[in-house]
Design a protein around this ligand. Structure first.
Ligand code: SF4
Length: 63
């Protein structure tokens, strides 16, 4: 799993706390959050509600 970048993009996004787990894809200018569960892969951020959200295990949030 890729490590969450710092600072986090869209800090209010549910994805950061999701067990999916999301992957962080960094370019020179942006960081994208790739969801492994959604067919669209890149949900509009910040994700504030998600039917597929499952809380990540404590201590495994990378935060
Ligand atoms: S399942 Fe939902 S909350 Fe989890 S990473 Fe994918 S889009 Fe984000």
């Amino acid at each position: 799993m890729s490590q969450p970048p710092s600072p986090l993009p869209f800090p209010t996004s549910l994805c950061h706390r999701c067990a999916a787990p999301p992957r962080y894809v960094q370019t020179k200018t942006s960081t994208f959050i790739l969801c492994p569960l959604l067919p669209s892969k890149y949900p509009p951020q910040p994700v504030l509600a998600c039917a597929l959200f499952r809380p990540a295990e404590p201590g495994n949030t990378g935060a």
